[in-house]
Design a binder for this molecule. Sequence first.
Ligand code: SF4
Length: 369
Amino acid sequence: MQRCSAGSCHHPSMPRPALTAPRCRCHNQMPGGRPRPPLRHTAAAPHARMWPRLGKLEEITHLMVGSLKQCGSLLYYYLGTRLGRKKPILGGMKLTRQCNLRCRHCPFWREPAPSLSFSRAVSCMEALRAWGVRILILEGGEPFLWKDGDADLQAVVGEARKLFSCVGVTTNGTFPIEIDADVVWVSIDGLQETHDAIRGQSFATAMANIAASSHPDIYAHITINSLNYKEIPELVESLSDRVKGITIQFHYPYPGVEESLLLPLARRRAVLDRLIELKKAGLPVADSCACLEALKDNRWKCHPWMIASVESDGKLTRGCYVEGRGEISCERCGFAAHAELSLAYSGVLEAIRTGNRIFTRPERASSHA
Ligand code: SF4
């Protein structure tokens, strides 16, 4: 196995598709070895630059305090739900169904609907917060396409950050990834040829935008289907030093989308076994092994009340992501995020740690807990 050219990198790096220049997040370099601009969320204080050990100690203390506060907040949430206050904790908001791509597995661009206005987006976020939501994911369609007058995605993120502990954005990666969200997921659904066959020509642009972005928390998100399942291990290896982590889900058979994209369970199990091996070998698969195991036969106890959604027409729903978007078929579910959340609620420590790792922002936890 090759190693990162910077020498001490912990992510093994493998031969990669030719189109994208290599980029090493852990050594903070841009393509061609240029230093990356300072990261917004982690800029070191002057004393930390003078005394690096003090800076490290401060960082660890900061993390511990933030994590303790987050744990306290989670414990409060957990006890509340046990007392009958079942509140959603994760919200997804579709700003728009408009998209510049036509992905084969996606039902949303197929049914045009009005996009949210800025004022409606803010009132929906306030409603989600009142329901109990603490983590908000802004999605589409393509959320970077969304605009209302002068307001753009950054304006929505700015409002969201006043209300939620963590704000994420999902994108197809075809726009520059300069956004002040806490986490960004870029959909990458195969090596170049397969990705482009599923999503339309966009692989090269998405990889270039990931490489050029100064955002410190970019995850690649893979939707696994019958077209790409064979190359998932190679894809994970090629992405491993380009993003902070990799999350997955399996294709869900929405109405109006090709049935044949659904991966039969036997093949799904084989992919999950390989993903677990890769994670154990140190590759940055972010989903917990417990979650990957649970997806093999879909027998985890789902708690769909932990989820809330906003449609692009402003309709709010509680429950499964499929609610109002298709027939809910738990046997065919492949939503790893829901599985992870439900496992965390059921007390699976690895799932709790995974959620903390992705969503905890210690420096912000105090104001939103
Ligand atoms: S489809 Fe999946 S996320 Fe939805 S209720 Fe069933 S198991 Fe839960």
